[in-house]
Design a protein around this ligand. Structure first.
Ligand code: HEC
Length: 322
């Protein structure tokens, strides 16, 4: 049986941002029918359309894509980093969750097209002449102040003015030597995301100091499948910018969960396949930004989830009861 509670709204602020980035980077918006469907046809639909629906997911029409798969939404407009259609295809191809699970993966250019499409708001059809005219009027208004060139040069300044401090550089080198994948986040070149899943790490050699040195820059960390527990969780509390934390299939317990309350920016929390129970969930009481939580294959019950959602009414919970 499935229990899902989700409430996702696209704030109008983001819609206006989309228009804004359109003015800066390109006038032409990507659409599903023109730009994405051909990629999905070549690489995904064999397993995700009318014949087969692996993961209970179809990717051939707007309606099916918005319906999501067995673990919930797969597309979150404007948020490629939270959209599984993109995230799974962007994993390293040796990851067990990598998509496609068989056959040729997406090329870097195809991945970038998919990412940009979601980033721009995941439009499905080419705009009709009328809406296109409206959109271009919006753009003219935005361009009047500041002008397009001004915006461009501001963007440029932002890119060159960012520089790593020596201790930040050293921390990145140390992490890389441990086998940690260090990347910029797509939406902000001055921020970083880490994938630690393939590093040989546990609580005893946890790179606490390197993470703390990078505290101002770390927005996403993926610890999936590492044998780390509560001791390591306790050392994350200084990462005040962290918005995305994947702890799936780690050894964390209810006891450690209270530490997460010290992460004021946390929006995404994956606890899939951990020993967390209602008891641990009850400790999450200070995460004002939390938007999305994954609880399948844990010991939580629907009762515990109900209480959680009472505290966080806009939270999207992914949970399939076993
Ligand atoms: C050879 C078959 C195959 C191909 C091709 C394939 N997938 Fe999958 N996909 C699967 C299977 C099997 C699952 C279920 C995995 C599981 O449950 O662990 C899945 C699950 C998924 C899910 C998770 C659905 C959910 O809610 O759990 C997403 C998202 C996804 N695929 C995206 C894609 C994308 C994007 C492509 C193309 C780039 C693709 N897949 C190509 C077999 C395939």
């Amino acid at each position: 049986m499935k229990f899902k509670s989700y409430l996702f709204t696209v704030p109008s602020l983001l819609l206006s941002l989309a228009g804004y980035s359109g003015a800066v980077f390109s006038a032409q918006k990507l659409t599903f029918s023109q730009d994405i469907l051909p990629i999905f046809e070549a690489k995904c639909l064999k397993c995700h359309s009318d014949e087969k629906q692996k993961g209970e997911l179809r990717l051939d029409t707007k309606e099916w894509i918005l319906k999501g798969g067995e673990s919930g939404d797969v597309l979150i407009p404007f948020k490629p980093e939270y959209s599984d259609v993109y995230v799974l295809a962007a994993l390293p191809d040796y990851d067990p969750d990598y998509m496609p699970s068989k056959g040729k993966g997406l090329t870097p250019a195809e991945l970038e097209t998919l990412r940009s499409w979601i980033q721009q708001g995941a439009q499905f059809e080419v705009e009709s002449a009328e809406t296109a005219a409206e959109a271009s009027m919006d753009m003219t208004i935005q361009q009047a102040h500041p002008t397009q060139t001004e915006v461009k040069s501001q963007v440029k300044i932002k890119q060159v003015s960012y520089q790593l401090k020596p201790n930040e550089k050293a921390a990145i080198e140390q992490l890389k030597q441990l086998g940690v994948k260090v990347d910029h986040v797509h939406y902000d070149q001055s921020k970083y995301e880490l994938i630690l899943s393939y590093a040989k790490l546990n609580d005893d050699n946890f790179p606490q100091q390197s993470l703390i040195k990078l505290a101002d820059r770390l927005t996403k960390i993926d610890f999936a499948r590492l044998p780390i527990g509560d001791a390591s969780l306790a050392s994350l509390t200084k990462l005040s910018k962290l918005s995305y934390l994947d702890l799936r299939q780690t050894k964390i317990t209810d006891k450690g969960l209270a530490h997460l309350n010290d992460l004021p920016q946390l929006e995404y929390l994956n606890l899939y396949g951990t020993s967390i129970s209602d008891h641990g969930l009850a400790k999450l009481n200070n995460l004002t930004q939390l938007k999305s939580i994954y609880l399948t294959n844990t010991r939580v019950t629907q009762q515990g989830i109900k209480k959680l959602v009472q505290r966080y009414p806009n939270l999207k919970v992914s949970y399939i009861a076993s």
